[in-house]
Design a protein around this ligand. Structure first.
Ligand code: GTP
Ligand code: ZN
Length: 193
């Protein structure tokens, strides 16, 4: 992963630093960080790109709300980072995610739709996150997630998760079924449900 550039990123929450890294396949991944990350394990969010949820206000998922909360929590602590991985659509890409949405409009759930398109339920690769954490010099973190596969993937590669910080937000009538399918089929840990 090649470090390309770093600059200030003022937001409504805090003035972050944005750093861009380029992977060998040419994809550009992003770290949005605040404060000094050395010392006590910082709050970290490993976030997968969701153009529709993160930027276009979609209510089909909870990504935008989660990103918002993650940045707010980091701002409140004065330190931490979001690793923004360009793995749109759980790794299948934007066009395929919208194909999966078409199938969901016809009655499939999020996992069935991926399978009908010939993809695994989750095609993401967390090697990218591991590499970014190494580049940031982090092996002890407090991870904001509800996803046990993400916890396992990082732990297996030697990252110590000192605390899992649940990140529950954004449930609405449009994403109820989606969130229920994530809990039932992908093992997401929703405590309030
Ligand atoms: N293929 C597919 N991808 C989706 C769908 N809805 C959201 N996504 C993608 O799923 C990714 C987010 O994954 P989630 O499962 O919501 O969350 P997570 O990162 O695994 O877990 P948390 O850390 O708990 O948020 C983003 O890349 C979204 O673009 C869908 O119906 N189909
Ligand atoms: Zn989303």
């Amino acid at each position: 992963m090649e470090r390309i550039a770093e600059a200030k990123l003022p937001t409504p929450f805090a003035e972050f630093r944005i750093t861009v890294f380029k992977a060998p396949d040419g994809k550009e991944h992003v770290v949005i960080a605040l404060g000094d990350l050395s010392g006590a394990p910082p709050l970290i969010r490993v976030h997968s790109e969701c153009l529709t949820g993160d930027a276009l206000f979609s209510l089909r998922c909870d990504c935008g709300a989660q990103l918002n909360i993650a940045l707010q929590k980091i701002a409140a602590e004065g330190r931490g980072a979001v690793l923004y991985l360009r793995q749109e659509g759980r790794g299948i890409g934007l066009g395929n995610k919208i194909r999966a949405y078409e199938l969901q409009d016809l009655g499939a759930d999020t996992v069935e739709a991926n399978h009908q398109l010939g993809f695994p339920a989750d095609a993401r690769e967390y090697g990218l996150a591991i590499e970014l954490l190494h580049q940031l010099g982090l092996c002890h973190i407090r991870l904001m997630t509800n996803n046990p596969r993400k916890l396992d993937a990082l732990t297996k590669e030697g990252i110590v998760i000192d605390e899992r910080v649940p990140i529950e937000s954004g449930r609405n009538p449009y994403n109820e079924k989606y969130l229920d399918a994530k809990a039932a089929k992908l093992g997401h840990l929703f405590e309030s449900h």
